[in-house]
Design a protein around this ligand. Structure first.
Ligand code: SF4
Length: 92
C-alpha cells in the first residue's frame, strides 16, 4: 500500500527557474516574488514559507522528478505519518 506523502519547498534555496512548475503545475506555482510555492488540493497557492500540501498519487512521479531535478535541492517529499523525508535532499 502506498503511504500518504506531502511536499514542501524551502524557499530560501529556490532559484526560481520553474522546473518544478513544468513537471507538476497542479502542485507547484511561481508566485510574484519569483519563488516556487506548493498549492492546496483545491488549487490555492500556499504562500506561507515551507507550507506543505498532500501529494496526489497520480502526480507522485512528477513530484519526485521535480525533487530530483530541482537546482536548489529544495523540494522535500515526506511521509505524512512520521514526517520522514522519502525524496529530496534530506532523504536517506
Ligand atoms: S525546481 Fe526547485 S529551485 Fe526551481 S523553482 Fe522549483 S523549487 Fe525553485
Amino acid at each position: 500500500m502506498n503511504e500518504a506523502l506531502e511536499v514542501w519547498i524551502d524557499q530560501d534555496l529556490c532559484t526560481g527557474d520553474g522546473i518544478c512548475v513544468q513537471y507538476a503545475p497542479e502542485v507547484f506555482e511561481l508566485d510574484i516574488d519569483g519563488l516556487a510555492y506548493v498549492k492546496s488540493a483545491d488549487d490555492e497557492l500556499l504562500q506561507a514559507p515551507r507550507a506543505t500540501t498532500p501529494v496526489p498519487l497520480p502526480l507522485l512521479q512528477d513530484v519526485v522528478d521535480s525533487a530530483k531535478e530541482c537546482p536548489g535541492d529544495c523540494i522535500h517529499v515526506r511521509r505524512v505519518s512520521d514526517s520522514v523525508e522519502v525524496y529530496g535532499p534530506d532523504a536517506e
